[in-house]
Design a protein around this ligand. Structure first.
Ligand SMILES: N[C@@H](CCC(=O)N[C@@H](CS)C(=O)NCC(=O)O)C(=O)O
Length: 201
């Protein structure tokens, strides 16, 4: 299998952490890909019409995307422990919450990197950050017990989302007033799967 990859992408990191945690790193060849909405990667779009990463090609079927599909596929292939039946809907909702943080955080980066500076819309940036703060407050207020349970995909996605906030929006200090989430992230970041996939500024 081939994984279209960029180290800084939090969505790609979800896949990489899943490969680590399920012992399948050797099953995947990394293919570097770099794109934005206005400059797609031709190799990637040949498999994924949306032009986003991660994309996973397979010898026995069409390419898979997006990160939620790929992670679920890899978990199924690797033994099926990361989406426990007993708390499936909670796990999927937590993963969706984390993915939503990533979506908003990535769009904020594109707003500065991709849009011409005279067209940057501060109100829209504020709206994206407001989504992130509401989601972080929900994590701190409602999800700590789930986060502290057995490893699942919701936890992996949350850790990747928080890691991306540190990477790209560190100055906004997401930890302020969220001691429980900050302490959880500190512990989770020590996992070998997380240290092996950390991107540098
Ligand atoms: N929902 C997708 C989001 C993936 C995504 O937004 N990836 C970014 C990189 S972090 C990308 O490829 N952006 C290029 C684009 O939007 O055209 C997933 O979970 O995989």
């Amino acid at each position: 299998m081939e994984l279209f990859h960029a180290a800084a992408s939090p969505f790609v990191r979800k896949v990489m952490v899943t490969l680590h945690e399920t012992g399948q790193l050797d099953a995947v060849k990394i293919v570097p890909a770099s794109q934005t909405p206005v400059s797609p990667d031709a190799g990637n779009t040949a498999h994924n019409p949306l032009g986003k990463i991660p994309t996973l090609t397979r010898p026995d079927g069409p390419a898979l995307y997006d990160s939620r599909v790929i992670c679920r596929y890899l978990d199924h292939r690797g033994g099926g422990k990361l989406y426990p039946e007993a708390r499936l809907w909670e796990t999927l909702t937590l993963e969706a919450t984390a993915d939503g943080i990533m979506d908003a955080a990535v769009l904020m980066v594109y707003e500065h990197r991709v849009r011409p500076s005279e067209k940057v819309f501060d109100g829209w940036l504020d709206g994206q950050w407001a989504k992130i703060t509401r989601a972080l407050d929900a994590l701190e207020g409602r999800w700590m017990s789930h986060l502290s349970g057995r490893l699942d995909m919701g936890q992996i996605a949350t850790a990747c989302a928080l890691g991306y906030l540190d990477l790209r929006h560190g100055e906004r200090n997401w930890r302020a007033g969220r001691d429980g989430l900050a302490a959880w992230e500190k512990r989770f970041a020590e996992r070998a799967s997380m240290t092996a996939t950390r991107a540098e500024l």
